[in-house]
Ligand binder design. Structure first.
Ligand code: C2E
Ligand code: MG
Ligand code: MG
Ligand code: MG
Length: 281
């Protein structure tokens, strides 16, 4: 870092910055090995029909288990993977692992339950997502609709024109797309109406406190009406309390997801939970 002192430019070695670079490089190396050694795992969280609580879909969420039994959360490594381009390889692993889970679901009587896969902007604009999704499903004898995609508003806005094209081809291939973290980006209504979307996920920041906080309630009402006016399914994310759930149901939210309705968990556990609910009617 250059600083000017008494008219003289002084170059300083920034140890903190250098340490951050070294840490990131080391983490990138560990991620590379973890992909190679197949150490990542997918957890699955139910997305439920608001009206009766029956399962509507599952969201696949990446987990990186550590030798001590803990997990490194996606928020600690996805961004780095995007910066290094490793998200392409990791994303490919996720798509294939999700298809395997889709096969297990179908074999356990849940053929109609799609799995939603999170996809980053880097994947959207730098890989053949349509091909990867359709090939992964096909390889396991699943219809293209068995996998869905979740994209954030900010991803799409990085290149709206190209995003529009990719969404068109996804739609033509029968792959449903949800707009994730909706409300946190800056897309305008006029832009949204040109996108081939199937659903909107209201960000959990707005669902939190919705039954008590008039500002959040106003935002949720607006997002519900925007989504419904475009013919989209609206999903409330991060539902943690009965109060939030009641509010969303009363205001016509279609699907709900959150710790109250099921935490992210390994597929086997989720299958057991779903079977239990099905058997008890
Ligand atoms: P997201 O797609 O918006 O996923 C929802 C996040 O909220 C998940 O965090 C989930 O565990 C958490 N969550 C669900 N219900 C509740 C709740 O009731 N309360 C609270 N406080 N949190 C809840 P997670 O698994 O840590 O993932 C964080 C983000 O990382 C995801 O946000 C997604 O953007 C990204 N991510 C996860 N898996 C993948 C992946 O396979 N590929 C990519 N590109 N991104 C991923
Ligand atoms: Mg998501
Ligand atoms: Mg989200
Ligand atoms: Mg989120």
């Amino acid at each position: 870092h250059a600083a000017r002192e008494n008219g003289v430019v002084v170059l300083r070695f920034d140890h903190a910055l250098a340490q951050r670079h070294a840490d990131r490089l080391q983490l990138a190396g560990r991620i590379h090995l973890a992909i190679e050694r197949d150490e990542f795992e997918l957890y699955f969280q139910p997305i439920r029909h608001a009206a009766d609580g029956s399962p509507a879909a599952l969201e696949a969420l990446l987990r990186w288990p550590q030798p001590d039994g803990s997990f490194i959360p996606p928020s600690d490594f996805i961004q780095l993977c995007e910066d290094t381009g490793q998200i392409i390889a990791l994303g490919r692993w996720v798509i294939r692992a999700a298809a395997h889970a889709g096969r297990v679901l179908a074999d356990n009587g849940w053929a109609g339950l799609p799995i939603a896969v999170n996809v980053s902007a880097v994947q959207l604009f730098n890989s053949d997502l349509v091909g990867e999704f359709t090939r992964a499903a096909e390889a396991l004898g699943l219809p293209p609709g068995a996998l869905q995609m979740e994209l954030t508003e900010s991803s799409l806005m990085r290149n709206p024109a190209q995003a529009m094209q990719v969404l068109e081809s996804l739609s033509a291939s029968g792959i449903a797309v949800a707009l994730d973290d909706f409300g946190t980006g800056f897309s305008s209504m006029s832009y949204l109406q040109h996108l081939a979307l199937d659903s909107l996920k209201i960000d959990r920041a707005f669902v939190a406190d919705v039954e008590r906080n008039p500002r959040n309630a106003a935002i949720c009402r607006a997002l519900l009406s925007l989504g419904h006016s475009m013919g989209l399914v609206v999903i409330g994310e991060g539902v943690e309390t009965e109060g939030q759930l009641d509010w969303l149901v009363a205001h016509g939210c279609d699907h709900v997801q959150g710790y109250l309705l099921g935490r992210p968990m390994p597929l086997r556990e989720l299958l057991a939970l779903l079977a239990l609910a099905r058997d008890s009617g």
